[in-house]
Every structure is written in structure tokens, then in C-alpha cells.
Design a protein. Structure first.
Length: 422
């Protein structure tokens, strides 16, 4: 809507229209002044009034990563800034509501959300956080400018929205003061809990989750003792999709390796971690991936998850993890070369600097074909008997006793004689 005064000082209002209905169009101040022309030909002046929801809206909360070990999951909440200002010092929080009614704060941070613009629409912020997996059923809650430590609803504390000019010469200047003002929405897009201020009903999202009781894992091996030694004392080859250890991987499986190392040196220093694949059928040893240079603190115990996926074919394989121990040949039993810890310290022994796991690559399980029924129109010619040329076939059959047969006489050959008569 545009409003102003004509040349005679009379108040005028003009409405932007789409067809026969009032609606939203791109209306500039210059265009608004031309909506009415004074009979004397003088132009009028007008002020353009723009209405918008002054607030933030959280439209979605989704689980974007599920941990194979079922210890913690990753979630993403999408928050829209519906104002033409930059929202600053916005409070983002994540909670878990347990089955016994206890509310746990699992994440809290502060950030800014850009202003909406005509190119990208509302300014959008993605709030990403991790949440631990609970044993009982629970609800994951994400909020923006709502402190829900005491629960959602009337016990929540709604926080003011602080905005800055996003465009023009006043960019960066606070519009409503450092303390901000309460959000005000033109409409509520969906119903929610009864917040102290109804305009905050769109400032949160929830997602119910089913709890998981983890299966207890047997304790792993203890790291070796002794002084001035590096060792690899545990190793796992696992499926990246399930996180489970494998011994007979299929061709289609993607695998990764994690190994545990122990330094008993009383000083810190650099060590080199390597992983190898040995093809038993071809007696071929290959290092896969890069050599990892890792700094060990004094007496450090490390479990390193090697971020390199690989797959195996059929046959017998050995996967080897080593620390300061390398082999550039195809001989698995010998030709292992030792390295000094941090380039200067010798180890007390090297026979525990590598660990081997045996794997048997297998074909993917046979999946029987699924019957498929299809129909299709076709054309066939009329029925016809076609006699194909060929040689006569004679068969000789023995006859015991007698049998009556038809006598087929040979056709007579007519001999023609020609005689001249006068």
C-alpha cells in the first residue's frame, strides 16, 4: 500500500493490485508516486509502507547422520530470518527430553543470520549439532531464541530478537537497541505449544527417537608394558556401512582399518603409521594410502581410525598395520626395516611393531532372479503349408510272413517313330 498527499494537500491511498485482487508486487517509491495524477498535471508524493513478520522461524529438524556405533547422531535445523535486517547474537540450543521428563541441554551457541533478499528469499541458517543416543525413548528438541531448560510451553523463556541494518549507509547500526525487541509475526504458519508469546510458536522443532540399548563389547587387549618401545597391539578391519568387524568381506563391501598403538617412551616424538595389503595368491605386498606422521606424547595410548576406504576381490588377503616399521618388497616374513622414534631413539624391540589380520574375499551372495511378466502386441502371417524341396528318402524294413502292398507300375515310356508319306 502507498499513502501520501496530492497537490491540494488531500490525503490519498493507493493499493498495488494483481488483477482484481489486492496482492504483493514489486512496488518502488517512484512507481507509487505515479499511481495518482492530479487533474492539473502536477505529480503527487507517496510513502511506501512495507509489512513483514519481524521474527525467526525454524522450519525443519532432521537427522542428517546416524552413527553406526549408535553412540551419537547428527541433526540439522533450518532457521529462516523473515526480516530485511541482519539478526545478530541469535541463541541456538539443542535439548533431549528423556522418558522420565528430564530435560538435558546438549548444545548451545550464538551466531548471526543474514537478512532476507529478493534473490535468495529469507535468510537461512543451518544449525548442526550432535546428540547422544539414549537407552530409553527420547525427544530431540532444537530452539532459536528460546531457553527451554525448564521445558517447552509456559516454562520457556522467550528471548528478544536483535537486528542490524543490512543495507545502505546505516549497515551495521543497531535498529532496535542492543537489547532487541520481542518477535512479532503477521501470522502463525502452524500451531504449537502455548508459549508465553504466541509469536515464538515457530521458534522450535522436535523429533521423537527410539532408544537403543548398546550391546556390551568384550574388553580389548591391554597395551604392552616396558620402556622405550612402540607397539601395535590391536587392529580391526570393519565395514564402513555397519561398523562391524569382517573376516570374509564381499566384493561390494567398503572397508576401513583402525589400529591401537602404544608408546612407552618417556619423551614425546614423531612416529610413522602405515597400512599394507598382502595378496596371498600372488605373493604381492602393497602399501595402501599415505604414511601417517603422528606425534606421540610421552606414554601415549592411541587408537587411529585410518580414513581410507578400500575393497577386496576374491581370495586370501592379509591386512597389516605397522608403526615405525616398513617393507618395500613382496616378502611378508622378512625385509621389514625399522625406524628410529622421532628420528633419534632406538626401540628396545621391534617384533611387536606390526599386527596382521587374515581376510577371505568372497563373492556377493546369489540373488535369484525375480520373475517378470510383460505383454506386447505382435503380428503373425496366416497359417500356410510350405512344401520344401528335397531328395526322396528310402527306408528298408524287414517283412516277416507276408503283407499286401499296392503295386505301383512305372509309367510307360512311349517310343515315337516318324515315317514320311508321299
Amino acid at each position: 500500500m502507498a499513502g501520501g498527499y496530492d497537490a491540494r494537500g488531500k490525503k490519498r491511498y493507493w493499493y498495488a493490485k494483481k488483477g482484481d485482487a489486492y496482492g504483493e508486487i514489486n512496488l518502488t517509491k517512484k512507481a507509487a508516486t505515479m499511481l495518482y495524477t492530479d487533474p492539473s498535471g502536477k505529480s503527487t508524493s507517496a510513502d511506501v509502507i512495507v509489512a513483514f513478520p519481524y521474527g525467526l522461524t525454524m522450519t525443519e529438524l532432521e537427522q542428517t547422520y546416524s552413527d553406526p556405533d549408535q553412540t551419537e547422531d547428527t541433526y540439522t535445523a533450518y532457521i529462516h530470518n523473515t526480516t530485511p535486517y541482519k539478526a545478530v547474537n541469535v541463541k541456538f540450543r539443542a535439548y533431549e527430553l528423556l522418558s522420565d521428563g528430564k530435560m538435558i541441554l546438549i548444545d548451545e551457541r550464538t551466531g548471526d543470520i543474514p537478512a532476507m533478499n529478493k534473490i535468495n528469499g529469507n535468510g537461512v541458517f543451518q544449525y548442526v549439532f550432535t546428540a547422544p543416543v539414549q537407552q530409553g525413548d527420547y525427544t530431540v528438541i532444537a530452539t532459536v531464541n528460546i531457553n527451554a531448560a525448564n521445558g517447552l510451553g509456559s516454562k520457556s523463556v522467550c528471548e528478544p530478537l536483535i537486528t542490524q541494518y543490512a543495507y545502505g549507509s546505516l549497515t551495521g547500526t543497531y535498529v532496535h537497541g542492543a537489547g532487541g525487541v520481542t518477535e512479532k509475526a503477521l501470522y502463525i504458519p502452524w500451531e504449537g505449544r502455548a508459549m508465553p508469546n504466541i509469536n515464538y510458536n515457530d521458534n522450535y522443532q522436535t523429533q521423537g527417537m527410539v532408544g537403543h540399548t548398546p550391546t556390551p563389547k568384550p574388553p580389548g587387549p591391554e597395551p604392552p608394558t616396558g620402556e622405550n618401545n612402540l607397539s601395535c597391539y590391536d587392529m580391526h578391519v570393519y565395514d564402513t556401512a555397519t561398523g562391524e568387524d569382517v573376516t570374509s568381506p564381499q566384493i561390494s563391501q567398503t572397508l576401513k582399518v583402525k589400529a591401537s598403538y602404544k608408546s612407552t617412551f618417556s619423551v614425546g616424538g614423531w612416529a610413522r603409521l602405515r597400512f599394507y595389503r598382502y595378496e596371498v595368491d600372488y605373493s604381492k605386498l602393497t602399501q595402501f594410502g599415505d604414511t601417517i606422521n603422528y606425534y606421540f606424547e610421552p606414554n601415549q595410548d592411541l587408537t587411529y581410525n585410518y580414513d581410507y576406504g578400500f575393497s577386496l576381490g576374491t581370495g586370501q588377503y592379509k591386512i597389516i598395520a605397522s608403526i615405525d616399521y616398513y617393507n618395500n618388497s613382496n616378502d611378508l616374513e622378512s625385509n621389514w626395516q625399522s625406524e628410529k622414534f622421532d628420528g633419534t631413539h632406538d626401540e628396545a624391540k621391534y617384533d611387536d611393531n606390526k599386527m596382521v589380520r587374515d581376510l577371505t574375499g568372497s563373492e556377493a551372495p546369489h540373488v535369484p532372479p525375480t520373475p517378470v511378466e510383460t505383454s506386447q502386441s505382435g503380428w503373425f502371417p496366416p497359417v500356410a503349408i510350405i512344401e520344401l524341396p528335397g531328395e526322396p528318402k528310402e527306408e528298408l524294413k524287414p517283412i516277416y510272413g507276408y503283407r499286401r502292398v499296392d503295386l505301383i507300375r512305372d509309367k510307360r515310356v512311349v517310343k515315337k517313330r516318324v515315317r514320311l508319306v508321299e
